[in-house]
Design a binder for this molecule. Structure first.
Ligand SMILES: Nc1ncnc2c1ncn2[C@@H]1O[C@H](COP(=O)(O)OP(=O)(O)OP(=O)(O)O)[C@@H](O)[C@H]1O
Ligand SMILES: [Mg+2]
Length: 330
């Protein structure tokens, strides 16, 4: 048997923020548990979708993996290396292999730089062009690859549409041939027709370059379309993980079931017949999340153990896990 070493391994990752209140000397009042013991693995060339409601910690998870936030606990291994243990030149060298793109490319692109310099920046930082001529060739090739005319190279981000700006961000991300790109809601700010173009581009690039994606989105339809596997988050914790079709046909966690019951079905007859699961109560605050099971206060099946002990991570079939006290019959 060959054991395939994952590209990315996240182990019990935690990110807490101090909750500050205005007035009263701005003292810290408790802790926001934005990411709470999240674990998963991602293989080369694969897409892991991360879904969950607003505020459940998706962006914080992405940023902590990228090293934009220091983890409060847990570890991130990339190509066997513990990213937290790297420093200096080794850290810079490793950064070449993973990149991030954001929901709002306008905020992530420097407005004072032209497109040429934006795309050139990572190539210059990592010294990946031997001469100015080679640099210009690479930039022309990258612009062409993401569907931007090379004649636009001297323009600035504000002269582009939202979809084009996301293409610029993608060109910059793939310039240094990373093996992982964390995509945080990359199409959420775009019109639906433009969303499809950007999704297609990301999928083509995956086939061509073998790049793996962590694909963060609150849109389960989009996540289903792009992901090989899906991880469902709630209040900073992982509720369920499974291969995409397994999740859609055999969701085991009550939260996943509720989430999926709200996704419109293409067949109008099935759409009329199916039951939507309406969750009771409001989303609790990540400042004081429920003890034991995070989902207990809204779970239609909650029973005694849910308030007492954290649910164990149960394996239903290989690769399909859920954190719940309920027995599963699937
Ligand atoms: N820099 C920060 N300082 C303090 N609290 C933060 C910070 N960033 C996020 N949070 C809090 O952490 C929790 C998770 O936020 P996060 O932005 O990661 O959620 P999200 O799932 O990405 O939400 P959305 O779908 O709206 O983008 C929230 O309660 C949020 O208020
Ligand atoms: Mg977010």
């Amino acid at each position: 048997m060959t054991t395939k070493e994952p590209l990315l391994r996240v182990v019990n990752l935690q990110k807490f923020f101090p909750a500050r209140r205005a007035g009263f000397f701005g003292h810290s009042r408790g802790t926001i548990q934005a990411v709470n013991k999240v674990s998963f693995t991602l293989n080369a060339g694969e897409t892991l979708g991360i879904v969950g409601e607003s505020g459940c910690g998706k962006s914080t998870l992405g940023r902590t993996i990228m090293g934009l936030y220091k983890p409060s606990g847990g570890k991130v291994f990339f190509r066997h290396k513990d990213l937290g243990s790297l420093a200096g030149a080794e850290q810079i060298a490793m950064r070449r292999h993973y990149q991030m793109i954001f929901q709002d490319p306008y905020a992530s692109l420097n407005p004072r730089m032209n497109i040429y310099d934006i795309i050139a920046e990572p190539l210059r930082t990592h010294r990946l062009a031997a001469s100015p001529f080679e640099l210009s060739l690479k930039i022309r090739e990258l612009m062409d690859r993401v569907g931007l005319p090379a004649t636009m190279a001297r323009r600035h981000p504000h002269e582009f549409s939202g979809g084009q700006r996301q293409r610029i961000a993608i060109a910059r991300a793939i310039a240094i041939k990373p093996s992982l790109i964390i995509c945080d809601e990359p199409v959420s700010a775009l019109d639906v027709s433009i969303q499809a173009q950007i999704i297609n581009l990301l999928q083509e690039l995956q086939r061509e370059l073998g790049v793996a994606y962590v694909f963060i989105s609150h849109d389960i339809g989009v996540v289903r379309h792009v992901s090989h596997r899906i991880l469902v988050m709630y209040l900073g914790g992982v509720m369920e993980q499974a291969a995409t079709e397994q999740l859609f046909t055999a969701a085991a966690h009550p939260y996943t079931q509720a989430l999926l019951s709200a996704v419109p079905l293409p067949d109008p007859r099935r759409e009329r017949q199916r039951q939507r699961i309406i969750l009771r109560g409001d989303l609790p605050s990540s400042l004081n999340p429920p003890k034991a099971c995070l989902f207990q206060s809204r779970c239609p099946h909650a029973f005694e153990p849910c308030g007492k002990t954290p649910p164990p991570l149960d394996t239903i079939t290989p690769g399909h896990t859920f954190a719940c006290h309920l027995p599963h019959s699937r």
